[in-house]
Design a protein around this ligand. Structure first.
Ligand code: K1U
Ligand code: ZN
Length: 199
């Protein structure tokens, strides 16, 4: 099931997420839904707070090569064990800030530890987009966004644009709701407006 992604600014995107204490069926369903939502977006990562659950879990798949098999990862209670001194700059986006991009400098390589859905512990060194994405997603679990890594002027500009986008989306949703309300109220009748709605 595809879950709605929270849009910034939303207070839930600023909270520190809680560790996952037990891998239940709900957690399995959440992870499956998050992968489906990420691929559909499309994106290369998605963190649980972005779908409104304040849990330390994220998914990612940074395989970009045409024809290469996908590598969906579910990272539960992820930790960074080591970061390289070498840094790299990537123009990051975020599914909670659609259309907004900014160059962010981060360690070029990171070593991470996490548990999977079978409770197995993993350790792996990530590089390239995998390293950038893992750090971006871990930030989400700590209530941090990529705009916190840019200067205050750019951050304010992006925040204002996002506030406008959210107002527009809310207005569109209200209009759609009002429209479907009219369709529902007319659907029982056999007048011109109900026929118009059914087309
Ligand atoms: O956390 C998110 O909002 C997902 C985000 C992750 C990310 C992107 C770029 C750098 C770091 C982290 C995205 O996936 S945004 C979409 C995106 O970058 C993308 C989409 C399709 C193909 C390749 C990239
Ligand atoms: Zn993001």
């Amino acid at each position: 099931m595809i879950r709605p992604i929270l849009l910034y600014p939303d207070p839930r995107l600023r909270q520190v997420a809680a560790p996952v204490t037990e891998v239940t069926d709900e957690i399995r369903t959440l992870a499956q839904d998050m992968l489906e939502t990420m691929y559909a977006a499309p994106g290369v990562g998605l963190a649980a707070p972005q779908v409104g659950l304040l849990l330390r879990l994220f998914v990612m798949d940074c395989v970009k090569e045409e024809g290469a098999p996908p590598r969906p990862l579910v990272l539960i209670n992820p930790e960074i064990l080591w970061t390289s001194d070498e840094t790299s700059v990537y123009e990051e986006g975020c599914l909670s800030l659609p259309g907004e991009y900014a160059e962010v400098r981060r360690p070029a390589r990171v070593r991470m530890r996490w548990r999977d859905l079978d409770q197995n512990e993993h350790e792996e060194e990530f590089a390239g987009l995998w390293a950038t994405c893992a750090q971006h997603e871990l930030d989400h679990l700590n209530g941090k966004l990529f705009i916190d890594h840019v200067g205050p002027i750019k951050r304010q500009l992006i925040t204002r644009r996002m506030e406008k986008l959210k107002r527009e989306r809310a207005r569109e949703a209200a209009q759609k709701g009002a429209g479907s309300g009219a369709a529902l109220s007319g659907s029982a009748g056999n007048n011109a407006s109900s026929r118009l709605v059914s087309r």
